[in-house]
Design a protein around this ligand. Structure first.
Ligand SMILES: Cc1cc2nc3c(=O)[nH]c(=O)nc-3n(C[C@H](O)[C@H](O)[C@H](O)COP(=O)(O)OP(=O)(O)OC[C@H]3O[C@@H](n4cnc5c(N)ncnc54)[C@H](O)[C@@H]3O)c2cc1C
Length: 412
């Protein structure tokens, strides 16, 4: 069993039994298996294939597949808490796990709350059964390539990747950048636009489509040698006249747009990886200074600044965790303006605090702590990536909070 305490103590934070069980399982798996592999994935910028085999064996690939389709039926909050425990031991595994899980969560628990016609819902249920069976029965992995290098991933303009309607399905054309799990996922959950009859692109016509990695016309390009989150292997994906059967739609046409408008907390699902990193930076600092980190028995607690810095880290961590849990707890269809602002604040806080804690940890622990034999310098580099993630990058969160406060409808 993992010796680490839970990030959110079940009794103190009033977690449900399922939340306590999922988080305990994830922590045990990640602490005993993922932690030891993280340095190699990072050094070699290699996908965490072995971790995915463990997630598959533990039934966690099907975490958010609804129970009636054979999955674990985890809801939004259960997923968020579980993934944070994974991020604590391997940020790249948690971040890529998010891409995979969203294909189930968005088409499952989240889609169940959205408006659909009876026919649309029946079609959706039939299609998602095919998709869930691949995960539950065959352990297949999904990625989530949205970014194109323009304003589309920020939600400002339609995706330039198109899905032309043809007999039996779609022909997909376009290019995605930063496609985590590229070359390792079995399916890419691509966001693309179905052009109107006049060829015009509209965000309302966004389609969320599963494209088989092996489909003719799909290729991976570019190298991958970034600062952090190196195990995500986020290379470019090219779609050249790729035929995709109609049943590969992960949501009916138009429903992704409704989800983005009405269920905005769906974009917070990138945060758990960074909540885990923040906790890891704090845990490392305390153990290292106390001489409790394996192989580093020296007591390094001397000096008033050590106490002050550790206290500052603890305060920032507690503030971030409480705000994050509150925002996660109130995630829902049609959140109020206040709830949305809180979600943006939580996203900003997680992404910035994780890196601030890692910085302070290095300053407090000293030069030896940033050697590559220890995890701290990786936590520092991985955590730097959080604020860049679209559509809720740190800069965009700040902009939206200010915009809503100063120009938003107070009655909303
Ligand atoms: C490790 C890692 C893994 C990733 N994995 C994935 C993945 O699996 N799938 C995926 O789709 N993407 C992924 N991304 C991409 C990520 O979400 C962003 O799309 C990407 O970092 C944007 O890079 P860019 O150079 O185009 O920056 P830009 O989009 O140009 O952003 C630069 C700055 O401008 C701001 N900005 C951007 N758009 C606007 C706007 N419309 N209005 C105002 N300000 C704006 C941003 O906040 C940022 O501060 C990943 C990124 C990283 C670092």
């Amino acid at each position: 069993m993992s010796p680490d305490s839970p990030i959110f103590d079940p009794a103190a934070f009033a977690l449900g039994d399922r939340e306590a069980a999922f988080t305990a399982r994830a922590r045990e798996l990640a602490a005993t298996r993922f932690a030891a592999r993280a340095a190699d994935y990072d050094r070699e910028a290699r996908f965490p294939t072995e971790n995915y085999a463990d997630l598959r064996d533990a039934g966690l690939l099907a975490l958010c597949v609804p129970a009636e389709y054979g999955g674990r039926g985890a809801n939004y909050r259960e997923y968020m808490l579980t993934a944070a425990e994974i991020g604590r031991y391997c940020g790249a595994t948690a971040l890529t796990f998010n891409m995979h899980v969203c294909s189930c969560l968005w088409s499952g628990a989240l889609a169940d709350t959205l408006d659909m016609s009876v026919a649309e819902r029946a079609d959706h249920h039939r299609r998602r059964a095919l998709h869930y069976a691949r995960i539950v029965d065959e352990g297949q992995i999904y990625a989530q390539p949205f970014s194109e290098g323009g304003a589309a991933a920020a939600g400002a303009v339609p995706f330039a990747t198109t899905a032309e309607i043809v007999d039996g399905g779609y022909v997909v054309r376009g290019k995605k950048i930063f496609a985590s799990l590229s070359g390792h996922a079995d399916y890419y959950g691509v966001l693309c636009t179905v052009p109107g009859s006049d060829g015009a692109l509209s965000r309302r016509n966004t389609l969320y489509l599963a494209v088989a990695a092996r489909a003719p016309g799909v290729s991976v390009s570019g190298d991958w040698d970034p600062l952090g989150m190196r195990g995500t292997v986020s290379r470019n994906l090219l779609f050249e006249d790729v035929f995709v059967p109609a049943d590969e739609a992960l949501m009916p046409a138009g429903i992704y747009y409704q989800a983005a408008m009405r269920w905005p907390h769906m974009f917070m699902t990138l945060t758990p990886a960074y909540v885990g990193l923040a906790q890891a930076a704090y845990d490392f600092t305390v153990k290292y200074l106390r001489g409790e980190w394996p192989g580093y028995p020296q007591d390094r607690r001397e000096g008033a600044a050590k106490k002050v810095n550790v206290a500052q880290m603890r305060i920032a961590l507690e503030q971030m965790k409480c705000l994050w849990l509150q925002a996660v707890t109130e995630a829902r269809l049609d959140p109020s303006r206040e709830q949305l602002a809180r979600a943006h604040a939580a996203q900003y806080s997680v992404m910035e605090t994780a890196n601030e804690l890692a910085q302070l940890a290095i300053r407090t622990c000293g030069g030896q702590s940033m050697l590559k034999t220890l995890p701290l310098e990786r936590l520092y580099r991985d955590s730097r990536c959080g604020a860049l993630m679209l559509p809720w990058s740190a800069d965009l969160c700040v902009e939206r909070i200010g915009e809503a406060a100063l120009y938003g409808d107070p009655a909303a």
